[in-house]
Design a protein around this ligand. Sequence first.
Ligand SMILES: [Zn+2]
Ligand SMILES: [Zn+2]
Length: 143
Amino acid sequence: MNLNISKEDKRKIITSGTYLHSFCPFCKVCLIEKDELRFIIIENDDQEGTLSLSPYLNVFLHETSIQIPKGSEAKDIICPHCKKSLVVQGDSCHECGSRTIMIDVEAVSRMIDFYICARKGCSWHGISHEDLDDMMLDDSLEW
Ligand SMILES: [Zn+2]
Ligand SMILES: [Zn+2]
């Protein structure tokens, strides 16, 4: 992504390291606990564990309480509060084609839809096309 923005481009850039104040899109409860984004992850063998991600944009952290081989795609990722699935139907990771999950992120005084790839080892994330109209993510190879 080109970071040299022309004068006509008034979109806000969410810069690397920005704290992503994240909420469940269903129950609206904050997903951050002890400075980590927390989810419940369900593996293909139905093993359940916790998944922790960094709440800072482009700071990559992916920790799980259960052993998951790198490259493995989670069967489901659910909200730890309301237990609803956060997996997006009909959309997939723009890098590897795996499932993605969507959470609400409070940015620039309003909520945006934020997408995260469900495959371990893939750091793709993005925002919706509507939100891209007035903001963009600082680009990085790693989250
Ligand atoms: Zn929830
Ligand atoms: Zn991916």
